[in-house]
Design a protein around this ligand. Structure first.
Ligand code: AMP
Ligand code: ZN
Length: 139
């Protein structure tokens, strides 16, 4: 498979933008950064999204997210972070290899919160409790 992020994981592309890796995950700088330090964290194995991601990949992946967030805080001193996944083409996913955006936020950067992604939405015509009933995972 000719996946761009698989190539990065195999170090088939210039690796001087890689900022962290463990056995199963890797972090590298986004080529079109939204802010200083914008980093992508990927599993080294190809998974399209968090649904197909294997259970035992979760810990190393999110450990890498935590590690790089701590490091960005230490060296760049941002005022906050927006951390997230564009899951699926319709949600803005362009590269179909799971990646978590870690975007350092700075005062006055003009960016807004996750709540600004969708506006004027009122999805609970069925009622909040009915939707919760439908979604709830039984133990
Ligand atoms: P998404 O819309 O969540 O799929 O975002 C894909 C991200 O990958 C974008 O922020 C791109 O700037 C970034 N990107 C694409 N190609 C590369 C590359 N070769 N190296 C680093 N980041 C890349
Ligand atoms: Zn891939």
């Amino acid at each position: 498979m000719d996946c761009l992020f698989c190539k990065i994981a195999r170090k088939g592309l210039p690796s001087d933008v890689i900022v962290y890796e463990n056995d199963a995950a890797m972090a590298f700088l986004d080529i079109h950064p939204l802010s200083l330090g914008h980093t992508l964290v990927i599993p080294k194995i190809h998974y399209e999204n968090i649904i197909t991601l294997k259970e035992d990949e979760i810990t190393p992946l999110f450990s890498a997210v935590k590690k790089i967030t701590e490091q960005l805080m230490k060296v760049l001193s941002p005022h906050g972070f927006t951390i997230g996944i564009n899951h699926g083409k319709d949600a803005g996913q362009v590269v179909d290899h799971l990646h978590i955006h870690v975007i350092p936020r700075y005062l006055g950067d003009g960016g807004r919160s996750i709540h600004s992604i969708i506006q004027n939405s009122s999805p609970y015509e069925e009622g909040l409790h009915n939707i919760a009933k439908k979604i709830r995972i039984s133990q």
